[in-house]
Write a new protein. Structure first.
Length: 298
């Protein structure tokens, strides 16, 4: 079950964050939200995190925080588009094996490249092993019968439990709060799990309603659907998988995956406030700076 706001907050010290966390049921933002995609040829899940309306009527600023899938396959036209965003920093959450497989980011001149790996808990290796076996029986044993979805749930727990992951997430949130960094783009391989959790956390800290932060997380399924379907068809046509539908749970984001991370927050820290303040080590002044920069009061 997803955490309620009461479960996420502690009583002591949390008052400072009340304006930056979802209000009780019944409160409504002043306007609808619209996801702003950045259309590129070499990446499919590139979005501006601005535009969301917070519970106190502010709006997350456009042009300061972006999320995406990996940028190794960008075309020259894509580089021109990306240059137009005026990025100051690109944070790459991929592990070394993913960078080796897909390649380093292809970026325009200007943004600082920051390698800040967050573990995928073996997801990349599991997927490569399953596909590389070319054995339908082995693939069924590895991914069938709900095992792929169960594996994905376990990908999310280390976002909360792993100290190195927490340090990487904290550093990224600090960068987002720092105006000297300029506009920041964060990404992993598919832009859906590590990037999805970081983006969900950011929007929640900015006071975006949980329903909107969750919708942003789930929107990866829409933006990635056509590309992921082509991948599955290519695996079948190439003789690598007889039943490529087995990898759908690995390609998708699901509410149950996000809820696994939120449940782990409750188990490990008792509240989102303690996860952020104790687990990530972010001070109240840093959270205030994040809010002031990205979603100042209306």
């Amino acid at each position: 079950m997803p955490l309620s706001r009461r479960a996420l907050l502690t009583t002591t010290g949390a008052a400072v964050l009340l304006s930056a966390l979802p209000a009780e049921a019944g409160a409504r933002p002043r306007a609808a939200n619209a996801i702003r995609q950045i259309p590129l040829q070499g990446a499919v899940n590139v979005r501006d995190l601005g535009g969301y309306v917070t519970y106190d009527g502010a709006r997350v600023r456009h042009g300061l925080a972006y999320r995406s899938d990996h940028l190794a396959k960008l075309t020259d036209a894509d580089l021109t588009t990306l240059a137009g965003l005026g990025l100051g920093t690109v944070v790459d959450l991929r592990i070394a094996q993913e960078v080796q497989y897909d390649g380093a980011d292809r970026l325009p001149a200007g943004p600082a490249r920051v390698a800040r790996p967050v573990t995928d808990n073996g997801l990349f290796g599991q997927l490569m092993a399953a596909i590389g076996s070319r054995d339908p029986v082995r693939q069924e044993e590895m991914l069938g019968g709900g095992r792929a979805a169960a594996f994905m749930r376990e990908v999310y727990r280390p976002f909360v439990t792993d100290a190195a992951n927490r340090a990487a997430l904290a550093a990224t949130l600090r960068d987002l709060a720092d105006p000297r960094r300029g506009p920041l783009l964060l990404h992993c391989t598919s832009g859906k799990d590590r990037t999805g959790w970081t983006s969900y956390l950011l929007l929640t800290l900015l006071g975006v309603p949980e329903s909107s932060a969750r919708a942003d997380y789930l929107a990866s399924n829409t933006f990635r659907a056509a590309y992921d379907a082509r991948v599955r068809e290519g695996l079948k046509q190439g003789g690598l998988m007889q039943n490529p539908e087995l990898i759908v749970p690995l390609q998708e984001v699901r509410a149950e995956y996000l809820d696994t991370a939120l449940d782990q927050v409750r188990t490990s820290y008792g509240s989102l406030f303690r996860y952020v303040s104790v687990g990530l080590g972010l001070e109240l002044r840093e959270l205030a700076a994040l809010r002031e920069r990205l979603a100042p009061g209306a």
